[in-house]
Design a binder for this molecule. Structure first.
Ligand SMILES: [Zn+2]
Length: 1124
């Protein structure tokens, strides 16, 4: 079975998809095809059957996952699936050992479980114990900034009309202290820094209004650093060339590289090795120095002749200069020392954070500019609205951005250009993404026994970009140019424009996304698959029982089993279920419908796992309901008195795998696990947690599995289509890095509930479980991304397994999983033809139907770098960079990874500065409009728990986050790295809208207000110490701040508008995320506040992460070094 398989040609019989909306013709093509009875083509315009959404049993769930595909054509289900299914339903032997199963020769012990005498149970620490008190060095954000000015953004090229892109952003040349990563986990922030080593920008030909209100918010004197050390040699690209944490003051008038001897006064000047940059001509110190020079490597040499025309344009080819940008514009503020020789440092001025690019502003601007019109995907290379904007998508030939987002929609024609820019070319693909109800699900196309029409050479699937020639008898492949005969049953005439006359009748000719029904050639062993199975595997060791978890799971499953995924309008789910419990041994249950009571079989030889029963293990829920209910009632009782604390883990997966193998089906294991598997068994682990490894060369081992056993197991699981979802409830280290290998490589999910407590965590766990069980999932999936000549997919990030360099294999792929694909040039691209991507996902639906989901996307290609920078998407870029970095920590020291990230982004921005921005002083930081948030977001990635852990972050947390992020889509990484912060007390209780978000900085918080912060995993409600008593009463039902309990896991349900409004906001946010977020109440000045502050990502972090302002200064310095 392969996505690549060549379709055989056979007699056609098309199964039209019911309800292909908008296709009004009564039949395919409208004319009889040779050899094809017309009657085989059914109507193509029926109503779209409503997909039956399973209703969550209770609780506020996100809208139930939809089947990403339309319901199967009636009668299109494959009988062979049912044949395979039925063979396990009609067996006669109860508890018998099937003769065909060799490993089952050993008689299973059918016996009551005897609880072993266990060791002392582990007491449960209270929630959040892992978060210790903050280090003592809680510091102030003292970003003494001086002499910074705001350069005008001088866009060298206008944005494409209609996209709403403004000029590039110029931010003040600033400097600040930046704690080098790797400088120690608890590196205290150094507040001693001088004014920035940069100078006032010069050379702007157009007079800019002074930046209003800029300068000086704070007149604090800088702490004079006695032993001021000059910045390190500007090695330029060296990732290790970190800036000093202190800077010397610099007279604002110094535009260019400093003169020797200006150590204290002028900055780059204080860099002895800046010898390559000529000293600035005195003329350039003037306010109106004349036209900027063309010197692309920093300030121009004095002798460089002025280049006519540069006042307004760069190179004359990039269009007009942009006007000053509100909020960022303004020149030459605070230049009291202008022109004077270096002297004592001027009073430092604190950089106004409002003068640097604001994520909130960018998000708001995009919402107002692009949120009202649908995004129509007809044109090539369109940049979609941001993920934070609500918009509708109309598929007119390219895949929706909900399925594919790219780092850039205009990619360089040559590899040299791509290398020069350092902008990664990547697509973030979510093949089974859930669509809002207003959008149309991909249509299912059935080309009959011959299967989908494909290119003969590259096997690309028929898509809107294929070119039909010779009157429609052949088509030329848009990916490889090979010409392929059109199969007779697929022939259609062309109209005068060369378009097939059935263009609009066929999804695969007119839409960006659609599905093909796969033929048996696309199935394993050339057999149609059986419906998948779900196996629930519950840890019943002491901790699991004691915490009430076992009882909770069993209770929940009784109702949840009614909500297994169904396809289309099927009355019941085709998915069969099975049950296993385990501690040091495994217990299998026979829940065959004919039994009066379930039967347990214990397998204590875990060294060579086998499944002791086939018949009666995997059953239909409705048929076996009584027995299943009885089992779920009995399990908590059976193990209520257990003393067994040890668990196995690998044998549990092996058991599930063997069961699926025996049933010849794919499926998913839901494993509920509590502890490090130290019991004697394959895959046994030891506690190897060692925080002392942080910031050493061995830190990477914390992310690596401690044994290769699980990698091999994962490979076997993928081969069988056995996906593993792992729910962890640890009270201590349990080695997520190792336990997560199989879930990760099989396309599964991991959920972690540290210090699980029933009262506070059950809602979150149950909501996650419900969603996980119900959501749309494909099994036995293989994804291949084809590209047009010139680029090819070279690297992949996500939860999957690859046995070759092109096919991404996933035992399971659900609607939340994302695969990020990187592309590299292997030839030249042309502006005329652009570049094409086609993602083909072969999978088995929850009803056992084999399908191909196809997503196509066309991109523009450019010969001018400015076009690249104008069509980038920073959110997607960050998604890629985070995944790239998070994979890097497996093999490299974390510091190396961070430095490489910084260096790459500095190169991206330096290339823009050098090639696209209007020449101006090196003292100016000029950012491309589309990337003006790159520094702030990059800083969030750099200071994330994986790359720069704080003292409260455990090794398991880091491994967990690392794996989570790797499968996140762009919206998820966006809010994860830059959380959403909402002032609840500003909410309008009479409207449905959210209060306007604010920037993630403590200085934005008022102690008289209540705020909500969410990052996709947690929701914090922060309460200021001076909040009005009435608001506290309304929200928490208590009369004073002091009475608010910070152990609440949900807001009390109170009948007043404020309470209702806040709870509706919380519910709405919960509904938008793929995981149920943990609600944490934080009182100002309370101990938990330290945890909350960790998410105020514009501020300096306790773990040494730089503030936004400081990081921007650092990036600026890096860029200047690259340019000089
Ligand atoms: Zn081809």
């Amino acid at each position: 079975m392969s996505v690549n398989q060549q379709a055989h040609t056979g007699p056609p019989y098309g199964q039209p998809q019911p309800g292909y909306q908008g296709y009004q013709q009564p039949a395919y093509g409208g004319q009889s095809l040779p050899g094809v009875p017309r009657s085989q083509y059914g109507a193509y315009n029926g109503p779209m059957p409503e997909y039956q959404q399973p209703v969550p049993p209770q609780g506020s769930l996100r809208a139930p996952p939809t089947s990403g595909a339309p319901p199967p054509v009636s009668g299109a289900s494959h009988p062979s699936g049912h044949l395979a299914y039925s063979q396990f339903d009609h067996g006669d032997v109860q508890n018998g050992i099937p003769a065909s199963a060799a490993p089952m020769q050993r008689p299973p012990a059918s016996q009551p479980f005897l609880p072993g005498s266990g060791s002392t149970p582990v007491s449960q620490p209270s929630a959040f114990q892992q978060y210790g008190p903050p280090p003592a060095s809680v510091q102030q954000l003292s970003n003494h900034m001086a002499g910074m000015t705001i350069g005008t953004a001088t866009a060298s090229a206008p944005p494409p009309a209609g996209l709403g892109y403004g000029p590039p952003t110029s931010v003040p040349p600033v400097s600040g202290s930046f704690s080098p990563p790797g400088s120690g986990l608890y590196t205290p922030y150094s507040a001693t820094q001088g004014p920035p080593p940069t100078s006032v920008p010069q050379g702007l030909p157009v007079a800019q209004p002074p930046f209003p209100g800029q300068t000086v918010s704070t007149q604090r004197l800088p702490t004079q650093v006695p032993g001021f050390a000059p910045p390190p040699p500007s090695t330029g690209v060296g990732p290790s060339s970190y800036p000093p944490t202190t800077g010397a003051p610099r007279p604002p008038a110094m535009p260019g590289p400093p003169l020797p001897g200006q150590t204290l006064a002028g900055p780059p000047s204080s860099q002895p090795n800046h010898v390559t940059s000529p000293p600035p001509p005195s003329a350039m110190a003037g306010l109106h120095p004349g036209p900027p020079m063309s010197g692309l490597h920093g300030p121009p040499p004095p002798t460089h002749p002025p280049q006519p025309g540069y006042q307004m344009q760069q190179n004359g080819s990039f269009g007009q200069m942009r006007g000053p940008q509100p909020n960022y514009g303004g020149a030459y503020p605070g230049t009291p020392n202008y022109g004077s020789p270096p002297g004592p440092p001027p009073p430092p001025k604190r950089l106004d954070p409002d003068s640097i690019p604001s994520p909130i502003q960018v998000i708001e601007d995009d919402r107002s500019n692009r949120g009202s019109e649908p995004f129509v995907t007809g044109a090539r290379g369109q940049v979609p609205p941001l993920v934070t904007t609500n918009f509708l998508v109309k598929d007119q030939g390219n895949a929706s951005p909900r399925y594919i987002r790219c780092t850039s929609y205009n990619i360089p024609c040559t590899s040299d250009m791509a290398k020069q820019s350092q902008v990664p070319l990547a697509a973030v693909i979510k093949p089974l993404a859930t669509l809002p109800p207003e959008e149309t699900l991909p249509y299912l196309v059935d080309h009959g026994e011959s299967g989908p029409v494909r290119c003969n050479r590259c096997k690309a699937y028929m898509c809107p970009f294929m070119q039909f020639i010779e009157g429609g008898r052949r088509f030329q492949c848009c990916f490889c140019s090979c010409v392929t005969e059109v199969p007779p049953h697929y022939f259609q005439h062309l109209d005068h424009t060369g378009k097939r006359v059935d263009f609009y009748d066929r999804p695969e000719l007119s839409l960006g996304s659609y599905e093909f029904l796969a033929t048996v050639d696309y199935c394993k062993n050339n057999k149609f698959p059986s419906p998948p199975a779900f196996i629930f595997m519950i840890d019943v060791s002491y901790n699991a029982v004691k915490s009430g978890l076992v009882r909770l799971i069993c209770e929940e499953l009784k109702s949840l089993l009614d909500y297994l995924p169904r396809e289309g309008n099927m009355e019941e789910s085709a998915i069969r279920v099975g049950f296993v419990t385990y501690n040091k041994v495994l217990h299998f249950y026979n829940v065959k419908s004919s039994l009066a009571q379930p039967q347990m079989m214990v397998v204590s030889d875990v060294a060579d796992m086998f499944v002791p029963l086939l018949d009666g293990f995997l059953v239909n829920v409705n048929e076996s309901r009584t027995v299943i209910t009885s089992l779920l009632d009995q399990i908590p009782e059976m193990f209520a008195d257990t003393r067994e604390t040890e668990t196995v883990f690998a044998p549990v997966i092996q058991a599930g795998l063997e069961a699926l193998k025996a049933a010849e089906c794919a499926g998913k294991l839901f494993i509920f696990h509590t502890s490090l598997p130290i019991a004697e068994a394959p895959g046994k682990l030891k506690n190897r947690d060692d925080r002392k490894l942080i910031n050493t060369d061995k830190e990477k081992t914390l992310f690596q599995p401690q044994t290769s056993f699980y990698n091999n197991l994962a490979k076997d699981c993928v081969a069988q289509g056995c996906c593993v979802d792992l729910f962890l409830f640890p009270n201590q280290y349990l080695d997520v890095a190792t336990l997560g290998v199989v879930p990760y490589q099989t396309g599964g999910s991991i959920y972690k509930y540290a210090y699980f407590q029933l009262e506070t965590d059950q809602d979150r766990f149950l909501n996650d479980l419900r969603r996980d069980v119900q959501k749309e999932v494909g099994f036995d999936a293989v994804m291949r991304v084809r590209t047009s000549t010139g680029i090819r997919a070279t690297d992949f990030f996500g939860a999957f397994y690859m046995s070759n360099t092109t096919d991404v294999e996933m035992a399971g792929l659900d609607c939340d999983k994302t695969i990020t694909v990187e592309f590299k040039h292997d030839d030249k691209l042309s502006e005329d033809s652009g570049a094409l991507l086609q993602c083909a996902l072969l999978y088995t639906s929850c009803a056992g139907q084999r399908r191909l989901r196809i997503h196509n996307l066309s991109l523009n290609c450019c010969t001018q770098l400015a076009d690249l920078y104008r069509n980038c998407e920073t959110d997607t870029l960050i998604n890629y960079l985070a995944k790239y970095a998070y994979r890097g920590v497996l093999n490299s020291p974390v510091k190396t990874v961070r430095d490489a990230l910084i260096n790459q982004c500095a190169q991206i921005l330096a290339c823009y500065r050098k090639n696209c921005a209007s020449p101006s002083s090196a003292g100016q930081l000029i950012l491309p409009e589309c990337m003006k948030l790159l520094p702030v977001y990059l800083n969030c990635v750099l200071k994330s728990d994986v790359l720069q852990p704080g003292p409260e972050v455990t090794t398991d947390d880091r491994a967990y986050i690392r794996q989570l992020v790797t499968s996140m889509d762009v919206a998820e990484t966006n809010v994860f790295f830059y959380p959403r912060l909402l002032p609840l007390t500003k909410a309008d209780v009479d409207s449905d809208s959210l209060p306007a978000a604010i920037r993630n900085s403590e200085e934005r918080l008022s102690k008289g207000d209540i705020y909500l912060l969410e990052n996709g995993l947690n929701i914090f409600v922060w309460v200021g110490v001076s909040v009005q008593q009435g608001l506290i009463q309304n929200l928490f039902g208590v009369s004073s701040f002091g009475q608010i309990s910070n152990t609440l896991s949900a807001l009390p349900v109170l009948e007043n508008p404020f309470s209702k409004k806040v709870r509706s906001i919380v519910d709405m946010l919960q509904g938008q995320r793929s995981r149920y977020m943990k609600l944490i109440i934080v009182k100002q000045e309370d101990k938990l506040e330290m945890l909350f502050k960790h998410f105020l990502v514009e501020d300096k972090s306790l773990s040494g992460g730089a503030s936004y302002v400081d990081f921007l200064c650092h990036m600026h310095k890096e860029i200047r070094q690259l340019l000089s």
